[in-house]
Design a protein around this ligand. Structure first.
Ligand SMILES: Cc1ncc(C[n+]2csc(CCOP(=O)(O)OP(=O)(O)O)c2C)c(N)n1
Ligand SMILES: [Mg+2]
Length: 557
């Protein structure tokens, strides 16, 4: 067994199914080892960033380890953005990079990049192999660090090391250790939290992606204490507007029921969320915060009781500790206002306008997606439209580049998702700017027979930036896109490409794309002027917007 064989064995033992990357130069021994075994598949992408995003998406969806690789220098550098996505969304990813031979390190050798420095910020584990005997321990430590710290582990393999024999490795050293998955907070603090809950008259639960495995417990507590559930954006993957206890999201992309519930509540129970926008937190409420990471407690808002534990067991514990509430005035009011808000949204969701209203497009996707669909979303207005108009059902999944908010996530993430879940429907919802950034990897989906559906919201611009500029009173500048024909492009890759310009074409095209066994791009011409209305319009927004429009019209500063 050589270093590369050992690498694959350990990745396989940790459940890694694919290694995404581009071969060459310093990692040829790794690709050769992949060729000689059949446990970890090599997925050749057309840009290493795609590979890192695909691995990050897999890790976000499964909670398990995923992996990508890049060669020394440029290949490693290309991985970085996707790895930052994993870092910021706490996804366990191992990144393998090649490195120049150890004899030349420090000589400004061809493709020499100080990879340990480069990866220092992104990785929770960051090492370079300098002695073959280290390999079993190093790769085991890398996997363990990624999994236990939910982050990126980087291991760099110099080209003169990756083909060397590793002698006498006891197989038992290569087996992953089970990690405790249940952690319960201090019982005394649980009682204090229960006391706060029983005193509250207007409690709200704010659920984040940390509740991923705790949906039944979340619902049980909400029912028991009559608290409406507000979800974070990544929390759509836990509970969404389809559920009668959920009143949507907060923040700029949220809706007015959640914003009002936040304003009026007297207790906020934060469960597995690290929502960063301080200005949206309730001012006069008491706070309980549940998080597995102690460091997160109180970092967004001061809390009255911090519970360090996993959401599933902590919510279950609180449900047992608190008495059932019969008072439901606040609760019923919140649920009712959600009903009103939803009916109000229907107007844009059924719009017959041309160019197509994005809300109509997203709603048609939502209505037609099968019960097992996995949605992968880009950063841009697509984030806002899916936040508002895509309803993620109980058996469906939704993820995006949450913390990093990088463009171009949707397509690579769909590739990763479809490889992990070959039987499920996978729909990427992308911007034309975001799709254009890594669109070359649509051919990867075709090549590996992944029947993903990519919906491109083609507004001919970096629409979200226009809104940012105009929201700040600035004229729209530098946002127009000169797009190729995305449908023709998809066809030229061997996939299916369809351009949609009329609202009535959307539904049948989505149905056909979902039923197709080929990767499909639906290139949808959407209204470039569609406005994302904040849940509460303040005078400043309106003034800035009018000012920006006047500047654009009269061309003045
Ligand atoms: C890699 C990257 N570059 C720049 C940005 C800043 N940014 C955020 S949204 C956006 C525009 C996205 O345009 P598009 O994909 O066309 O989506 P739209 O907003 O038009 O729907 C930009 C440039 C970013 N988030 N990520
Ligand atoms: Mg766009």
């Amino acid at each position: 067994m050589n270093v590369s064989d050992l690498l694959l064995k350990v990745l396989h033992n940790h459940g890694v199914k694919q290694l995404f990357g581009i071969p060459g130069d310093a990692i040829n021994d790794v690709t050769d080892a992949i060729r000689r075994q059949n446990t970890v598949d090599f997925v050749q992408v057309r840009h290493e960033e795609t590979g890192a995003f695909a691995a990050s998406a897999q890790a976000k969806l499964t909670g398990g380890l995923a992996a990508c690789m890049g060669t020394s220098g440029p290949g490693a550098i290309h991985l970085l953005n996707g790895l930052y996505d994993a870092k910021m969304d706490h996804a366990p990813v191992v990144a393998i990079t090649g490195q120049i031979a150890t004899d030349y390190i420090g000589s400004e050798y061809h493709q020499e990049v100080d990879l340990k420095s480069l990866f220092a910020d992104v990785a929770v584990f960051n090492e370079e192999l300098v002695n073959v005997e280290q390999m079993p321990d190093l790769i085991m430590a890398a996997c363990r660090a990624a999994i236990t710290e939910n982050g990126v582990a980087h291991l760099s393999l110099p080209t003169n090391m990756s083909g060397l024999k590793v002698g006498g490795v006891d197989k038992s050293r290569l087996v992953p250790l089970g990690c405790p998955s249940v952690s319960l907070p201090d019982p005394k603090l649980c009682r204090e939290a229960a006391e706060l809950i029983s005193q509250a008259e207007r409690p709200v639960i704010f659920a984040g992606i940390g509740c991923r495995d705790a949906r039944p417990e979340l619902l049980a507590l909400a029912e028991r204490i009559k608290a409406p559930i507000v979800r974070s954006l990544r929390g759509k993957d836990v509970i969404d507007d389809e559920h009668p206890l959920c009143i949507g999201g907060v923040g700029l992309l949220g809706g007015s029921p959640a914003v009002h519930a936040f304003a009026d509540c007297d207790l906020l129970i934060m469960a597995g969320t690290d929502f960063p926008y301080r200005e949206f937190y309730p001012e006069n409420a008491k706070y309980i915060q549940i998080d597995t990471v102690a460091q997160n407690i109180g970092r967004r808002h001061r809390v009255d009781v911090g519970l360090v534990g996993d959401a599933k067991s902590t919510l279950a514990r609180l449900t047992v500790e608190v008495p059932e509430t019969s008072e439901r005035k606040f609760f019923d009011h919140a649920l009712k206002s959600m009903g009103v808000w939803t009916r109000r949204q229907e107007r844009t969701r059924t719009s017959e306008k041309e160019p197509i209203t994005p809300a109509r497009l997203i709603r048609e996707v939502s209505d037609r997606a099968p019960a097992d669909t996995i949605f992968l979303c880009d950063t841009g207005t697509s984030t806002a439209w899916t936040a508002r108009h895509l309803s993620v059902g109980e058996g469906q999944r939704y993820t995006l580049s949450g913390g990093l908010a990088s463009m171009a996530f949707a397509l690579p993430a769909a590739i990763g998702a479809q490889l992990t879940y070959p039987e499920r429907t996978v729909i990427a919802i992308a911007g034309d700017g975001g799709f254009g950034m890594l669109m070359q990897d649509f051919v990867t989906a075709v090549r590996y027979d992944l029947p993903i559906v990519v919906i491109v919201l083609n507004n001919g611009k970096l629409g979200f930036i226009t809104l940012e500029q105009e929201g700040a009173g600035l004229p729209d500048y530098g946002t127009e896109l000169a797009n190729p024909d995305f449908a023709k492009f998809a066809e030229s890759c061997g996939g299916t490409g369809v351009t949609i310009t009329k609202p009535e074409e959307i539904g049948p095209a989505i149905d056909r794309a979902i039923a197709s066994s080929k990767a499909t791009v639906l290139n949808v011409t959407v209204d470039p002027d569609a406005l994302i209305m904040p849940p509460k319009i303040e005078l400043g927004h309106a003034v800035n917007f009018t000012l920006a429009k006047a500047k654009e019209f009269f061309d003045f500063d």
